[in-house]
Design a protein around this ligand. Structure first.
Ligand code: DGJ
Length: 389
């Protein structure tokens, strides 16, 4: 009896411990079979995915999601860690591959010193060099959003470590291909437009005020996307000219620099958060307006040629309830789903500026109506939605 009463609880405790461990492992390795926009999205360790303002590269049958690694609280929007990466075979379940580009230590005086602002990292693969190339929007530590630079890092392996190469403002000393001779010789200065109405200012900005102002030092480069075309030519698309005008700039064959050919899109149209895709030979770009961390209605631009003309459509591609805030989110990337023709996922961030690490992801299927992409809210969905079209 003594043995019985003493031994059995011990066995029970053991069973309990094993059961609890199995449950803990099972919940940490929760497996998803659908997308739940706006919900917590746990990785293989049971931790909410930390890859904000991200982009995806498909390589060797695997999706790799790169994004800003945020930290707790309001200061979490500043880069204290670096760029994180996750991998997935099915797009629902993600394995944390760790930090692939680390910020430099404090006091190192590096452009990417801890405390800088490092946003919207995107990675592309260069077939000729076999290198993985990362571009990001960089703001130097302690300088707010005034630096407006492009940062470039490179790695031999997709999951890094990436080596920071340089940061700068693109296309110094070069005019965009679509600025006329008159615009290139613009003599109006920022001083001259003080006191004008915003629409008067915008029309002068549209003529190229800031391109001329920044001609010598290079063009401002903030919210950004990378796009690799079918012929492997790569382009960097970024909000320039004080966020008033998007530029699309061609990259060199090794993707490590600009060729100097660039084009202004929607001059003075105030676009941020560009995300691009191509369908049946036509380019589509979804952007947002410029309202900081607060969401606003999405915009749609299209072009039959990457070098324009780009047309901005009057309607918000998001439709239905909450479309005026793009479902409380801002575009970051448009993912072509592998193995399915003309199948695209709209990826957006639901920013949480008060607690950056808690930012959520809004992924929605892109539908087409009357030849144009539309975004509709769904609480839960999976890739079979594309089978129903
Ligand atoms: C909006 C941009 O899209 C974000 O990436 C970030 O730069 C915030 N503005 C900062 O206010």
């Amino acid at each position: 009896m003594k043995n019985y009463s003493y031994g059995y609880p011990k066995k029970i405790s053991l069973i309990l411990v094993i059961t609890m461990t199995i449950t803990a492992i099972a919940s940490a390795q929760q497996s998803y079979n659908n997308f739940r926009p706006g919900e917590l999205w746990l990785d293989n360790n049971g931790v909410h995915i930390n890859a904000h303002g991200g982009g995806i590269l498909y390589h060797n049958d695997t999706y790799y999601w790169f994004g800003e690694h945020k930290t707790e609280g309001k200061t979490g929007n500043v880069a204290l860690v670096g760029v994180g990466c996750y991998s997935s075979k099915d797009l629902y379940n993600w394995i944390n591959e760790g930090i692939v580009l680390s910020v430099a230590t404090e006091g190192s005086d590096s452009d990417i010193e801890s405390g800088c602002i490092l946003e919207r990292p995107k990675v592309i693969y260069n077939e000729k060099t076999g290198k993985f190339v990362m571009y990001f929007h960089l703001e130097l530590k302690g300088k707010g959003y005034s630096a407006a630079r492009t940062g470039i890092a490179v790695s031999d392996k997709i999951i890094g470590p990436y080596k920071f190469i340089k940061s700068f403002r693109p296309n110094a000393g070069i005019f965009p291909v679509n600025m006329t001779e008159t615009q290139r010789n613009f003599t109006v200065t920022s001083e001259d437009i003080k006191g004008l109405s915003s629409s008067e200012k915008d029309s002068i900005i549209a003529e190229g005020l800031y391109v001329c102002r920044d001609f010598k030092t290079g063009q401002m480069s903030r919210d950004m996307a990378l796009y690799v075309d079918d012929n492997q030519k790569a382009y960097h698309i970024y909000s320039s000219e004080e966020n008033k005008t998007l530029h699309i700039a061609e990259l060199t064959d090794d993707y490590l620099d600009y060729t100097g050919k660039y084009y202004r899109i929607d001059p003075a149209g105030w676009n941020e958060a560009p995300a691009l895709f191509k369908k049946d030979g036509r380019y589509y770009m979804i952007t947002s307006g410029c309202t900081g961390w607060r969401p606003n209605p999405a915009r749609l631009l299209t072009a039959d040629n990457i070098w324009g003309p780009w047309t901005r459509h009057p309607d918000n591609p998001a439709i239905g309830d909450d479309s005026e805030t793009t479902f409380h989110s801002q575009s970051t990337y448009i993912l072509p789903v592998q193995g399915r023709e003309n199948t695209f996922i709209f990826m957006a961030d639901r920013w949480k500026p008060q607690n950056a690490i808690d930012g959520r992801y809004v992924w929605l299927p892109i539908e087409f109506e009357n030849g144009l992409p539309v975004l509709k809210w769904v609480d839960e969905w999976d890739l079979s939605v594309y089978d129903q079209e």
